[in-house]
Ligand binder design. Structure first.
Ligand SMILES: C[S@@+](CC[C@H](N)C(=O)[O-])C[C@H]1O[C@@H](n2cnc3c(N)ncnc32)[C@H](O)[C@@H]1O
Length: 236
């Protein structure tokens, strides 16, 4: 798999995210601040618009947000496009992120959205019995990732010296229904790198489309600050 690798950094540790969400949870309790919208409102808006077009709410899709943080993306799907809250799921390995998202869900009347603690690199997302689905494999119509693969890329390597950048794509792909989608927004990887990492024989994912953002030019190079790319699963 052709891919750049990153040096491990604090941003790739659970301790870092635990301290971020502990602070955000305190601030929510004290002043009602819901916390940071990673990559800003534009990325949320555009990802939700992409979903509404390709995985419309009228099809009752099951949607999982990997590393859901404060849950902003799922709240937007529910509030702005009327996705069924019973079919929206968020997972995060930081307990305070999950508590924060659940608190915000209560406040926004979105308590039917499910948030669970789950380390995506070692556990399959727990799934409520809405469709009597036995497990999470080949189940989801749409997986979302906004900034989580970026954080994971900054984590420690495993015992074999391999970065989780390599295991994440197939872990994600096996959860998706044939014909289902994976939509990722990243600031650490270019569109070409995301395509090289995710659209492989092993994952069975094919490049589907990308979301356009305003571009900037620096040092003669032109590019967007982050990329959103969608893949579709073709095989079991
Ligand atoms: C950059 S933040 C983005 C949060 C959220 N997606 C957003 O857009 O606001 C990365 C998130 O990934 C979560 N995360 C990192 N590694 C994870 C893992 N192995 N399993 C589950 N969540 C993880 C962090 O706790 C954090 O919430």
């Amino acid at each position: 798999m052709g891919s750049i690798e990153f040096e491990a950094s604090r941003l790739g540790t659970k301790e870092h995210w635990d301290s971020v969400y502990s602070r955000e949870l305190t601030s929510f309790k004290e002043i009602g601040d819901e916390g940071e919208v990673w990559f800003g409102e534009e990325s949320v808006y555009k990802m939700v618009q992409w979903a509404a077009k390709h995985v419309p709410p009228s099809n009752d899709p099951m949607i999982l947000d990997i590393g859901s943080g404060n849950g902003a993306l799922l709240f937007s799907l529910f509030e702005d496009e009327n996705y069924s809250p019973k079919l929206l799921y968020g997972i995060d390995y930081s307990e305070d992120a999950v508590i924060l998202a659940k608190n915000i869900a209560q406040k926004r009347g979105a308590a039917e959205i499910t948030f669970n603690i789950c380390d995506f690199l070692s556990q399959d997302p727990p799934i409520a019995d809405v469709r009597r689905t036995a497990d999470s494999i080949n189940t989801w119509d749409l997986l979302l990732d906004k900034g989580t693969y970026d954080a994971i890329a900054l984590g420690e390597k495993d015992n074999l010296g391999r970065s989780s950048v390599f295991s994440y794509p197939s872990r994600a792909a096996r959860l998706i229904k044939p014909g289902g989608f994976f939509l990722i927004t990243s600031c650490n990887f270019t569109e070409q790198e995301l395509r090289a990492n995710f659209a492989t024989e092993e994952t069975g994912l094919l490049y589907h489309s990308s979301i356009k953002y305003a571009t900037f030019t620096f040092g003669g190079q032109s590019g967007a600050k982050y990329s959103s790319i969608a893949f579709q699963k073709t095989t079991q």
